[in-house]
Write a protein that binds this ligand. Structure first.
Ligand code: 8YV
Length: 326
């Protein structure tokens, strides 16, 4: 029996142990032992050396990283559902297949969006900072008064898998009426599950919601979709939740609205220049700021890794990878 050479696979970061172990049984695996993001030059070099390169959101897989015109690599197995860090057109032009990891992180990302909504509306971040810093002087009827979430109207922009999970949690757990803005019409049966109503414009949604949660992809087309003008359309005291991608919000405009008390607060898990967060947001007490934790549970991170593996196995077996996006 001839032993065919196993495909060489590069992971650009450390992955969950169980996934690395399984991948190493099937492929000639190189994890990034240093666990630091790769530079464009390192990604370009890797494309000449490996059969598959598996990036994450911390890798800028742009035209510079995709410089080789004739890479050895044939597939980018992205660890994550969002892939706005990958220049998909350039990847296609040099013959790379691109896959992602949908479905498996919808629950945990929706859970985190709920966490942010509750934290910001109930001023949990402010309260915890006060207590830990020894500034808590005790209970009083007027202390850290927040906003009631139960029954408030939730506006969801982008009604894909994660948006729908958010709707279910908010509607069935907190009795929230759901408004939806989505580029294409949503199947009435899907809307009916949470009694959601699809509105015709983002503007209508912003004007009619007490909480606005963003669940659409990043990338150039959606950059600053939530800009100063649109933030100004939000109800006074409303909350903006972003677990999607930082670039979809004009962060300076958001920080200005928070500072002016134009809206009630913001709950953010993603930023336009991660891991940097602009000072104006860091200075806003009514912002709850988490470090991109949407999918950060052991169950989900393992499932994401195994989902990449399924795609690699299919691809190298000559089959269509199930989560091909390009
Ligand atoms: C991932 C995410 O952890 O999947 C996504 O799109 O935003 C996160 O949940 C991250 O992108 C990993 O690359």
């Amino acid at each position: 029996m001839t032993t065919a050479r196993r495909p060489r696979v590069l992971l650009t970061r450390r992955w969950p142990e169980a996934v690395e172990r399984a991948l190493a049984e099937r492929f000639e695996l190189t994890p990034n032992l240093e666990d630091k993001p790769l530079s464009a030059a390192q990604i370009a070099a890797a494309l000449l050396e490996y059969d598959a390169v598996c990036p994450t959101v911390t890798d800028k897989v742009d035209a510079a990283a995709l410089a080789p015109n004739q890479p050895r690599a044939r597939i980018l197995g992205n660890f994550g559902v969002g892939y706005s860090h990958i220049d998909v057109e350039r990847a296609k032009a040099i013959g790379l297949v691109v896959t992602n990891t949908p479905d498996v992180l919808s629950d945990c990302t929706a859970d985190l969006a709920m966490t942010l909504m509750l934290m910001v509306a109930r001023r949990a971040g402010e309260g915890e900072r006060e207590l830990r810093e020894g500034r808590w002087t005790g209970w009083r009827p007027t202390h850290l008064i927040g906003t009631k979430v139960t029954g408030a109207t939730l506006g969801i922009i982008g009604f894909g898998r994660i948006g729908q999970e958010m709707a279910a949690r908010a509607h069935f757990g907190f009795g929230m009426p759901i408004l939806v803005y989505n580029r294409s019409p949503v199947d009435p049966a899907i809307l009916a599950k949470t009694g959601a109503r699809q509105v015709a414009s983002i503007e209508e949604l912003l004007r009619s919601s007490d909480v606005v949660s963003l669940h659409f992809p990043g990338g150039a087309a959606n950059r600053h979709l939530i800009n100063a003008e649109r933030i100004a359309m939000m109800r006074p005291g409303a909350f903006l939740i972003n677990t999607a991608r930082g670039e979809v919000v004009d962060e300076e405009a958001l920080a200005a609205a928070l500072k002016a008390g134009r809206i009630g607060g913001a709950g953010l898990d993603v930023y336009s220049a991660e891991p940097q967060v602009i000072p104006a947001l860091l200075d806003a007490p009514n912002a709850v700021l988490l470090p991109h934790l949407g999918s950060a549970t052991s169950a989900t991170r393992e499932a994401m890794g195994f989902r990449v593996m399924d795609n690699l196995v299919a691809f190298f077996d000559g089959k269509e990878p199930p989560d091909r996006v390009a």
